[in-house]
Design a protein around this ligand. Structure first.
Ligand code: RIB
Ligand code: CA
Length: 312
């Protein structure tokens, strides 16, 4: 039986974040969720996180985070995730409470014992601000698993991925801090796509969570990447890259995060060691391949029964 790593999840639900939260509940000991402005406003990402925790029948504290990026103007991706952030679902006020501890303090508190694991599936604003507030954090985070960036194509500009583009200064600050990071960029996540067959499987399972996530996946399919290969469930890759590393390959890389306000904004450029001035590479790993069918099986199991316990 696989162990269930204790994690804090920082996210901007968001439809693929919703699938990742179900995976976190099933395959991790999810100690806390922190929310950030990203796909939609932090009001909505916070409400959505509380709703998803309640929908799964779980009890996880949800801590509100940054409403705006560190320096650039706030943007959203509601054209993909819906105005609410969860498709065209009417998201009720959830009985799951919102913690009165702000996200940054929750992150610092979670890391106080050292050896902490964080999975981030949105812009890195909260992470960067926590690292800035407590300089010892970098040594108390064992590894940050981040869905963001790309070593190839972008989805906001030709080269920039949304989470990186939304707050490029947070990406630069996080990578420059020296914290150990495994980056699951679009070069990886575009390999893991769910389609109408998976929607049908979720509907056939007909659990409370699978029925709602089937609706979300349907919406995502109508508003997401415009091709018939299915929709990439980006954020699940960062979570499952932690719990099921055997399904992914990773490689050491020097990543340069661009913050210039031009077409390089949000780029996460791989530089070889020499280009990086021979600096010892910070402990940055980039995920390159995924066993997509196996990853999707795990996503479906979690969407059907998020409290079902870790898979073999
Ligand atoms: O580029 C994909 C990322 O941006 C995902 O995290 C998605 O939820 C959006 O936040
Ligand atoms: Ca996200």
């Amino acid at each position: 039986m696989k162990s269930r790593p204790r994690i804090l999840m920082d996210c901007d639900p968001g439809i693929d974040d919703a699938f990742a939260i179900m995976c976190a509940l099933r395959y991790c000991d999810l100690a806390a969720i922190t929310t950030v402005n990203g796909n939609v406003s932090v009001d909505n990402t916070t409400r959505n996180a509380r709703h998803l925790v309640h929908l799964a029948g779980a009890e996880v504290p949800v801590h509100r985070g940054a409403a705006t990026p560190m320096e650039v103007l706030a943007i959203t991706a509601d054209e993909v995730h819906g105005i609410s952030g969860l498709g065209d679902l009417h998201v009720p006020e959830s009985p799951s409470p919102e913690s009165d501890v702000p996200a940054i303090d929750a992150i610092i508190d979670f890391c106080r014992e050292g050896g902490a694991t964080i999975v981030a599936t949105g812009p890195l604003t909260n992470i960067a601000q926590a690292l800035a507030k407590d300089a010892t954090l970098v040594d108390r985070i064992d590894r940050l698993f981040w869905m963001g960036g790309s070593t190839t194509v972008g989805n906001v500009t030709e080269k920039a991925e949304f989470n990186a583009w939304a707050d490029p200064h947070a990406v630069a600050a996080t990578f420059d801090s020296g914290v150990a990071i495994t980056m699951f960029g679009l070069n990886l996540t575009y390999q893991v796509r769910m389609n109408s067959e998976h929607v049908a499987m979720l509907r056939q399972a007909a659990t409370t969570t699978s029925a709602e996530l089937a609706d979300l996946l349907d919406y995502y399919s109508e508003h997401g990447v415009a091709d018939d290969e299915g929709q990439p469930v980006h954020d699940t890759c960062a979570l499952l890259g932690l719990t099921h590393p055997e399904l992914f390959t990773v490689a050491e890389s020097n990543i340069v995060a661009h913050v210039t306000d031009d077409d390089r904004r949000g780029m996460t450029e791989v530089q070889n060691h020499a280009e990086a001035g021979g600096q010892p590479s910070a402990d940055v790993l980039v995920a390159n391949t995924a066993d997509a069918p196996a990853v999707i099986d795990l996503v479906i199991n979690a969407a059907v029964d998020p409290l079902g316990g870790p898979s073999q």
